[in-house]
Unconditional design. Structure first.
Length: 469
């Protein structure tokens, strides 16, 4: 390690680390093997290598990858027995690992699980390689071993992979010079939370304005769509503490590229996020996903018919005032109406929730129905109570004769968000786009629960509204 002896303070004391684990989730999966090679001023200290009893079964896929089986870890020390030896080798040194956030995340959570706090400074050899081998596309360990002719033992075993890391850093010092390596390492210090595969320059370019951001995987797959009134702050927050959150860790490990769309304000960011998630179905978005046609309880309080369960898309926009609630399934709709019947003493038989006519319903027998079915209550009283029960679920009446634009502006940027009957038509960012959107909609788009709620909140909240028809 003579080449590493030339690294000055603060990079003169390093601890090269590799872990094998039962999975990729640092908050839930366990460590099965640990290897640490301390190097101070180029002098290799006493290494640590040990299997670890994870206390859970090792998945077969992990055994096939690493060769570590349940039988191998039987009788190995549990992690708590290794804490003192691990802490001794990490104290006062930089943790150096390939994908350092992964290894550091597992170590922090393993210490936390036994009531200890581990403070780490991290250096990532993936980031180092991306900085010094900019012309290369791949920076995984297999590629680096082949490219730099690194000595390596058993791949996917902790010590085998760990041995390659100090050799890799030494190769960079020998090839590029100590100053280039110091500069590359120093760039990681204020950027310790940058995903290993993302160019820090891209992260630095994100503006501190409202908008929507998108994370992409290695082959361009859309991983995640989010929004914020401050894109720079929100994007960085994804990676600032990813070791505490399984999903954030997976997003950080898989993100290779990001882009963003600036908006005039928060409302535009909310709309754009919802629209993109429904259209593009990002891998890590669960909320706002596109949905099947929603159901509603349709009730004409001037007729003698009970509420009917209908698809919202089948209801004329002018009749939406008779629609009550939005439900993703018949089960959820019936469940909510059953709750209302119980709360307001309504007759399940009249509501179609219970079969039978000409006799008292079961709810009346146990005292939760006031007796419409048994002739003990006038129909008008039941109708009034049903109207009161459904009122909180009623749709907001569309208060305009036709389409409107909800205006939003910021620093000379002006946007018009177009709606008709609570249905989102699109956003115009230039004067001529309003007519294009209005006349480009061949059919009324389906009513979407998220867009409906956003528009209602905006109108109720006093947003600037411009009638267009």
């Amino acid at each position: 390690m003579e080449a590493l002896a030339s690294l000055p303070v603060p990079f003169d004391r390093l601890a090269f680390v590799d872990l094998e684990t039962t999975g990729t989730r640092p908050t839930r999966d366990r460590i099965t093997e640990v290897a640490i090679i301390p190097v101070d001023n180029g002098v290799v200290g006493e290494p640590l290598q040990s299997l670890v009893d994870p206390g859970v079964a090792i998945p077969p896929t992990i055994t096939r990858l690493t060769g570590i089986s349940d039988a191998m870890v039987e009788g190995a020390p549990v992690f708590s027995r290794l804490i003192e030896a691990i802490a001794e080798r990490l104290e006062g040194r930089w943790l150096v690992a390939h994908n350092a956030r992964f290894d550091a995340g597992f170590l922090r959570n393993a210490f936390r699980a036994v009531g200890e706090v581990l403070t780490l400074r991290e250096l990532c050899t993936v980031k180092l390689s991306r900085r010094l081998d900019r012309g290369e596309r791949r920076h995984n360990l297999d590629s680096l071993v082949a490219r730099h002719q690194l000595p390596v033992g058993d791949r996917h075993r902790a010590m085998g992979d760990c041995q390659a890391l100090p050799a890799l850093m030494a190769r960079f010092v020998e090839r590029d010079g100590v100053e280039a390596v110091i500069e590359a390492l120093a760039r990681q210090v204020p950027r310790a939370s940058t995903p290993p595969n993302l160019d820090p320059a891209v992260l630095d370019a994100v503006p501190a304005v409202p908008g929507v951001y998108r994370f992409y995987g290695e082959e361009g797959a859309l991983l995640y769509v989010g929004k914020s009134v401050n894109l720079r702050s929100r994007v960085r927050s994804h990676f600032s503490d990813d070791h505490r959150n399984d999903r954030e860790m997976r997003i950080a490990q898989q993100t290779y590229h990001l882009d963003w769309i600036e908006t005039a304000g928060e409302f535009g960011a909310l709309l754009t996020e919802a629209w993109l998630v429904k259209r593009d179905q990002p891998i890590f978005n669960r909320r706002l996903r596109a949905q099947r046609s929603l159901l509603t309880w349709y009730w004409d309080d001037e007729s003698d018919r009970p509420p009917q369960l209908r698809a919202i898309d089948e209801i004329d926009p002018a009749d939406l005032r008779r629609a009550h609630g939005m439900f993703r399934s018949r089960h959820k709709a019936r469940e909510r109406l059953t709750e209302l019947a119980r709360e307001h003493g309504l007759c399940p038989q009249f509501l179609g929730l219970e079969s039978g006519k000409g006799r008292a319903c079961f709810a009346h027998q146990i005292g939760t129905c006031r007796g419409l079915c048994a002739g003990a209550e006038p129909e008008i009283a039941h109708r009034l109570r049903l109207k009161l029960a459904l009122a909180p679920l009623a749709f907001e009446a569309w208060p305009y004769p036709g389409a409107i634009a909800i205006l939003e502006s910021r620093d000379g940027r002006e946007e018009r968000h177009l709606f008709r009957h609570w249905r989102y038509l699109g956003t115009a960012r230039a004067p001529g786009e309003v007519e294009e959107i209005l006349h480009g909609v061949d059919a009324e788009p389906p009513l979407d629960i998220d867009m409906y709620r956003l528009a209602v909140d905006a109108v109720r909240g006093g947003a600037t509204v411009e009638p267009l028809e």
